[in-house]
Design a protein around this ligand. Structure first.
Ligand SMILES: [Fe+2]
Ligand SMILES: [Fe+2]
Length: 197
């Protein structure tokens, strides 16, 4: 994290500072905090930009390994959404007047690595499908957390257009997660349990 330390903390849920109530908060302090929030915003934007691009390579591998038609469809449609999400992030970079830059996201790299290990260790069929769903849902949850925070930061910074774009992606990530839950609770987990008996 490149952000400098400050005496107050910023709540990622509402972007407000812990000492925001202090009446002696000078306007230059407020603007310093705003520029630090901007730095944090940009930093996390680069992180998720890397993550989405990595997913453009990872999702097709999940598709190849999946058996259930429902799961294949869910993954394929999320892959095309992911392509849009990458260009939406590029639009957000444009809004803040910055060049779209990716910064390696260690968390996403780890989640993708785990997905690979699960696919290798699970037998092809419903067991592997169940493993793919579990890995994909962890990815979605990471994205939901990130986009929720980014949207809130954008709102706090008064970046209405960026907040709108981030909200659109947040909705897609939530829907993808819900779809995977439906796929999991329909056939796959039941079949996987039967295979184990
Ligand atoms: Fe995404
Ligand atoms: Fe996603």
């Amino acid at each position: 994290m490149e952000s400098k330390k400050s005496n107050s903390t910023i709540n990622p849920q509402n972007g407000k500072t812990s000492n925001g109530k202090q009446s002696n908060g000078k306007s230059n302090k407020a603007s310093m905090q705003s520029s630090q929030l901007m730095e944090l915003f940009e930093d996390q934007l680069k992180d998720i930009y890397w993550a989405e691009k990595a997913l453009l390579k990872a999702i097709p591998k999940m598709v190849k390994n999946a058996t259930s038609e429902e799961l294949v469809d869910a993954l394929k449609s999320h892959l095309s959404e992911t392509e849009n999400q990458v260009s939406r992030l590029e639009q957000v970079f444009t809004v803040i007047g910055k060049k779209a830059t990716a910064k390696k996201c260690e968390a996403m790299e780890g989640l993708i690595k785990e997905a690979g290990e699960i696919m290798e260790s699970c037998e092809e069929g419903s067991m592997r499908d169940a493993g793919i769903i579990s890995a994909a849902q962890k990815v979605e949850h990471y994205e939901i957390a990130t986009y929720g925070t980014l949207r809130q930061f954008a709102e706090t910074l008064g970046l209405t257009e960026a907040a709108k774009l981030l909200e659109e992606t947040l909705k897609e990530e939530r829907a993808a997660d819900e779809k995977l839950t439906v796929v999991a609770t329909s056939a796959i987990n039941v079949e996987a349990a039967h295979e184990q008996v």
